[in-house]
Design a protein around this ligand. Structure first.
Ligand code: GRF
Length: 203
């Protein structure tokens, strides 16, 4: 089972996938790591694991579509069964999303549908919620709007600032992502016509 990972930054979620594969908890292989930032530390983690790493810098392209076509052309050539957006910080266009429907998931640091977009921990603190967390969802044309596969919850504690809350959520992202990928690799979970199916039944 081949996984392509898209990342723009630190790559701790990518590392969680790599570690799960190394320790035998995830029966898959990372076919490649792809980024919009050549300097992304996530690419270094790929190289350290002897995994193909490719980056396409948006400013080298005349349009968003041209950049996306280049990046996803390389993704396609890796022949992944699944594309995992793990801290990929660019909106993916409708044509690409359509081409990968049901085969692309994203991990987002909030309890969707709450707090879509950026600065989710700041949004949660400003909203004064008692609970926050992270979600793995299928990618659709709506930013952070696709069918949710799994979620993990954390308490918001008195005195929490953005870094503290972000760290607590990140600590749950890694096991959530690995557990969700185990389900996807097992093919027990898939995207049906009107949402997520577990063993063929609507969740
Ligand atoms: C994670 O919090 C993820 O939920 C969000 O961006 C962050 C990526 O972190 N989309 P990392 O690059 O995986 O460490």
């Amino acid at each position: 089972y081949r996984i392509a990972v898209l990342a723009s930054g630190r790559g701790s979620n990518l590392q969680a996938i790599l570690d799960a594969i190394t320790t035998g908890r995830l029966d898959a292989q990372v076919a490649g790591v792809f980024s919009d930032r050549p300097a992304a530390p996530a690419l270094e983690r790929a190289r350290a694991a002897r995994i193909p790493a490719f980056a396409a810098e948006p400013r080298d392209f005349g349009s968003r579509d041209a950049h996306e076509a280049e990046l996803f052309g390389h993704v396609a050539r890796a022949e992944p069964d699944l594309v995992v957006c793990a801290g990929y910080m660019r909106l993916i266009g409708a044509a690409t999303v359509e081409a990968w429907t049901g085969r692309m998931v994203n991990i987002h640091p909030s309890l969707l549908p709450a707090f879509k977009g950026l600065h989710t921990h700041r949004q949660a603190l400003q909203a004064g919620v008692a609970e926050h967390g992270c979600s793995v969802h299928y990618v659709t044309a709506e930013l952070d709007g696709g069918p949710v596969v799994s979620q993990a919850r954390v308490p918001v504690l008195p005195g929490d600032d953005e870094p503290a809350l972000a760290a607590r959520v990140l600590g749950r992202e890694h096991p959530l992502l690995v557990a969700t990928l185990r389900l996807l690799v097992s093919r027990r979970v898939q995207l049906g016509p009107s949402g997520v199916l577990l063993d063929g039944e609507p969740l």
